[in-house]
Design a protein around this ligand. Structure first.
Ligand code: GLC
Length: 417
């Protein structure tokens, strides 16, 4: 079967009718940013299904605008922590945290690929704006966007969170059974130390009914993060452009963009020559050079000073951009967000570079990503030194990245504007 057909087949297999699983077994629900990638992937061959994916995602939006990171449509005992632990308060059972807001940016791409979707896009636009407003109201630290749980950043066990995680007291979390390590080799997953803290943060959030004001007072974990800041900045630009074309007043969104542009500057860490995460409680940088720094171009920030460190990270790996600097202490090429290369991040980074005219690096990232998939299929992530596939397989968003960007076919078929 052609890889192109295999990628489509993965989306179809993981389709639950209106929403798509990231992969069977390991992730048996609808995940927020995975779903935005899935919507875009579907739109390359079945636009109606693409729009439906976003509509289902927004059916779980809370009345304060928050869009959950997981929607528990049908209970599956194969995943922990489930809805009874999260105690989300949305219209359908959900987690209580969010994920990187890439949905507006994928919707903008979908609209270019399928202009007939305009009526559906207009209805979603208002919901997207409410979600972005929620970030702007509750999550800023000096104009940069904070995460309140490592899972919110989508980079679950990245070294960025290590110091804030150390401040979490896990006394009294109780007994629990992890399910992820029964699906995937434990050496590729976060550790028990991490999981105890993930769970504690869920319990804290649930204890105040996910009230952001209360949570801000009691949560030891509040970290300003380049992933969130750059994806929201980019998403606001796309939201503004779509709003303008719909005849909406976009003044407020313009102001958000200015705030976030200033906020992004506060994440620049001269010591690592990159954009870094910062503990909002202490003000201290984490000193972590990751692939999130390279999202600046995706956010429309053309900072030539950010290039050398990113290029060096690429030179130190065989494939793509590692999730954590291969030259740093603690680099682990197979452990999730502490080293592996992730096609979805490669797409965000590479397409941002492409748009900003950094075509040599953009081509390199895209070619590497294509090779990984050709050699080793549509895995969750890959060892950046050997290309070995790791984590879950038949992964939805990896297949979507093939269909929309990395695949070996003409640009006109790639769903790129
Ligand atoms: C992991 C990833 C996260 C993703 C989820 C589902 O938690 O770190 O980014 O959304 O899996 O694929």
């Amino acid at each position: 079967m052609r890889l192109h057909d295999k990628a489509k087949a993965i989306l179809r297999q993981n389709d639950q009718g209106g929403y798509t699983l990231p992969t069977f077994g390991l992730y048996p629900y609808q995940w927020n940013w995975d779903s935005a990638f899935a919507a875009w992937g579907f739109t390359t061959f079945d636009p109606d299904r693409g729009w439906r994916e976003l509509e289902t995602l927004f059916s779980g939006q809370w009345d304060d605008g928050m869009l959950p990171h997981i929607l528990f449509h049908r209970i599956d005992p194969g995943y922990f922590p489930g809805p009874e632990v999260w105690q989300g308060r949305g219209p359908i059972p959900s987690s209580g945290i969010t994920q990187p807001p890439v949905a507006a940016s994928f919707m903008a791409k979908m609209l270019v690929m399928h202009p007939d979707g305009k009526t559906r896009a207009r209805a979603l636009w208002k919901k997207l704006k409410a979600w972005h407003a929620w970030f702007m109201e509750w999550r800023l630290d000096q104009g940069a966007v904070c995460v309140t749980h490592p899972w919110e950043a989508g980079r679950d066990n990245a070294p960025d969170w290590d110091s804030a995680m150390r401040t979490i007291d896990v006394t009294g979390i109780g007994e629990y059974t992890r399910r992820d390590t029964s699906h995937v080799d434990p050496s590729m997953r976060p550790t028990k130390y991490d999981y105890d803290r993930y769970l504690k943060l869920v319990q804290l959030g649930a204890s105040v009914n996910w009230d952001q004001r209360e949570l801000k007072k009691i949560n030891p974990f509040r970290v300003a993060d380049p992933t969130m800041t750059f994806t929201l900045l980019r998403a606001n630009r796309d939201l503004r452009d779509m709003g303008q074309s719909f005849g909406e007043d976009v003044t407020q969104i313009e102001n958000w963009i200015k705030t976030l542009e200033d906020g992004a500057k506060t994440l620049w860490n001269e010591n690592i020559k990159g954009y870094d995460s910062r503990d909002a409680h202490t003000g201290a940088f984490n000193g972590v050079l990751s692939n999130a720094s390279a999202l600046c171009w995706y956010a429309g920030i053309d900072n030539a000073e950010a290039r050398p460190a990113v290029e060096r990270m690429m030179d130190a790996a065989t494939y793509g951009l590692a999730s954590f600097n291969p030259e740093a202490d603690g680099f682990e090429p197979l452990r999730y967000w502490r080293g592996p290369t992730w096609p979805i991040m490669n797409f965000l980074v590479g397409s941002g570079m492409e748009e900003m005219g950094i075509s040599d690096l953009a081509d390199r990232i895209r070619t590497d990503t294509r090779h990984l998939m050709k050699l080793n299929g549509f895995a969750e992530y890959y060892d950046p030194l050997t290309g070995k596939p790791a984590g879950g397989d038949s992964f939805t968003w990896t297949a979507a990245v093939w269909l929309g960007w990395a695949g070996d076919f003409p640009k006109s078929e790639r769903g790129v504007a």
